[in-house]
Ligand binder design. Structure first.
Ligand code: GN1
Ligand code: MG
Length: 373
C-alpha cells in the first residue's frame, strides 16, 4: 500500500489517533462536493480475533466551503448537542486531533482539509418509491428539526452566507449572464427565459423571511433523501448525515429541498425530462412523515409555505446549476461536459410540473398538518 491516497489516509488516521493498522479503504460516491473514503482499521477486540473497524474520512471541498473551520464548529456543536440529548440513538461523532493541548475536529495542512467521523453501517436511497421509506425519511428530517428546537441558532456560523437566499441566487445568475466568461449564454436562452420569468414566485420564501413572517430555526439545508441513513434490514431511518450546511435558516428550505429531490420521478440530472415530474404519492408520504414530527412546533405561516417552498427550492437550484454552467463548471462536480446544463433542464421540468400540481400539493400539506396538530 504505497499509493498517494494510502499515504495520505495513514497520516490522517495517525493525526486523529485512530488505533490499529490500516487495512483497506474504498472511495464512496457521496454527494457532489466532498471526497469521502471508508477506511478500515484492524482492531483486536480482546477475543484474539482481529476485527475491522471502519471510519469515514472526508476531504472537505474548500472551494465550496470557504470557512471550513467554522463549518466544523457548527457540526461539532450540533452533533454533540444531539448526542447529549439522545445518547441511546445512532449518532454522528467527529473525532479530534490533539496538538500542543489543542483539540480540533479537523486536520488542515495548508492545502487539504480533512475530518474523520464514525461509520454507520446502513443503506441509502438515491431514488425510492417505497412509501414507507419515504415517510421514514420525512420523519427523520422532521425529527432533526424537533431535536434542535431548543438549540439557539445564534450559536451557529453562517458558513455559506445567503445559502438559501433565492433572491441573491438570482442576482448571482444575473452577474454570470452579464459576464458570460465561456460564451455559453447564447446556448441557454430558453432555460434563462423560463427561470427569469418565475423570479418573484420563486423568491416567495426568501421574501417572507425578510419581511419577518417566518422564524429563524436551525436547518439542515441539504435534505436530499440520500442524506438519511437507513437500517439495512428494517429500513428504519437511523440518522441524518451531511451536516455541512447546518445553519440558521427557514423550515421551508429543508422541506422544499427534500421534495425536490425525493419526489421527482427521475434523478435530479436525468436527460429524460419527459418523465421528470413530481410524484404526488411520494410527496404525500414525505409530508406525512415530516409533519408527524413538526406540525405542533411550526407556525401556521410556516405550514402554509411548505408546498410552495418546493417550487422555490427547485428554481433556486436551477439558478445555481445554470450559473455554474455559464461560469465554466467551477462549483458542482461534473461527470461530463454539459452535466450542469442537463441538471438545469431536469430541474426546470420539475419546477414546471410543480406549477401544474401546486393546488394538490397545498391540500396534501394542509391535510397532514390537520392530522397531527
Ligand atoms: C450539493 O454535495 P451535495 O450533493 O450534498 C449542494 C446542494 C445541492 C446539491 C444538488 C454545499 O450537495 O445545495 O442541492 O448539491 N451542496 C452545497 O445535487 O452547495
Ligand atoms: Mg451536501
Amino acid at each position: 500500500m504505497t499509493d498517494e491516497i494510502t499515504k495520505k489516509l495513514l497520516k490522517i488516521g495517525e493525526a486523529f489517533n485512530i488505533e490499529g493498522p490500516l487495512f483497506s479503504y474504498e472511495e464512496l460516491n457521496m454527494g457532489n462536493i466532498n471526497r469521502t473514503y471508508k477506511v478500515n482499521y484492524i482492531r483486536d477486540d480482546g477475543s484474539g480475533l482481529a476485527k475491522l473497524k471502519p471510519f469515514l474520512f472526508q476531504r472537505v471541498n474548500t472551494y465550496a466551503f470557504k470557512n471550513p473551520v467554522e463549518l466544523m464548529d457548527n457540526i461539532d456543536k450540533v452533533t454533540e448537542f444531539i448526542r447529549r440529548k439522545r445518547p441511546e440513538n445512532v449518532n454522528l461523532h467527529f473525532h479530534h486531533t490533539e496538538k500542543n493541548g489543542e483539540r480540533r475536529t479537523y486536520l488542515f495542512d495548508g492545502d487539504e482539509f480533512w475530518r474523520v467521523c464514525n461509520f454507520v453501517p446502513s443503506v441509502t436511497f438515491m431514488t425510492c418509491d417505497d412509501l414507507r421509506i419515504i415517510r421514514n425519511a420525512g420523519a427523520a428530517f422532521g425529527d432533526f428539526q424537533t431535536v434542535l428546537n431548543d438549540f439557539d441558532p445564534s450559536q451557529l456560523y453562517y458558513t455559506i452566507p445567503d445559502f438559501h437566499d433565492t433572491r441573491k441566487r438570482y442576482e448571482a445568475l444575473d452577474r454570470s449572464v452579464k459576464a458570460d466568461p465561456c460564451g455559453r449564454v447564447a446556448g441557454v436562452r430558453e432555460e434563462l427565459d423560463y427561470i427569469l420569468s418565475v423570479r418573484d414566485k420563486a423568491c416567495m420564501l426568501t421574501d417572507l423571511f425578510n419581511e419577518g413572517k417566518l422564524p429563524l430555526r436551525v436547518t439542515h439545508n441539504d435534505t436530499k433523501i440520500n442524506n438519511v441513513l437507513f437500517d439495512e434490514v428494517t429500513h428504519d431511518a437511523l440518522v441524518v448525515i451531511d451536516l455541512d450546511t447546518v445553519m440558521p435558516g427557514v423550515v421551508g428550505s429543508d422541506f422544499g429541498d427534500a421534495i425536490r429531490f425525493a419526489a421527482n420521478y427521475t434523478e435530479e440530472d436525468s436527460r429524460d425530462t419527459e418523465k421528470t415530474g413530481i410524484d404526488l404519492n411520494v410527496f404525500w408520504a414525505f409530508a406525512d412523515g415530516f409533519l408527524s414530527e413538526t406540525a405542533d412546533a411550526l407556525t401556521d405561516t410556516e405550514i402554509d409555505t411548505l408546498a410552495a417552498s418546493c417550487f422555490s427550492l427547485t428554481c433556486e437550484l436551477v439558478t445555481r446549476f445554470l450559473a455554474d454552467y455559464i461560469d465554466g463548471d467551477k462549483y458542482f462536480k461534473i461527470n461530463y461536459p454539459d452535466h450542469n446544463l442537463v441538471r438545469t433542464r431536469c430541474q426546470i421540468a420539475l419546477a414546471r410540473d410543480m406549477e401544474r400540481k401546486m393546488e394538490a400539493m397545498e391540500s396534501i400539506v394542509q391535510g397532514c398538518a390537520k392530522k397531527y396538530k
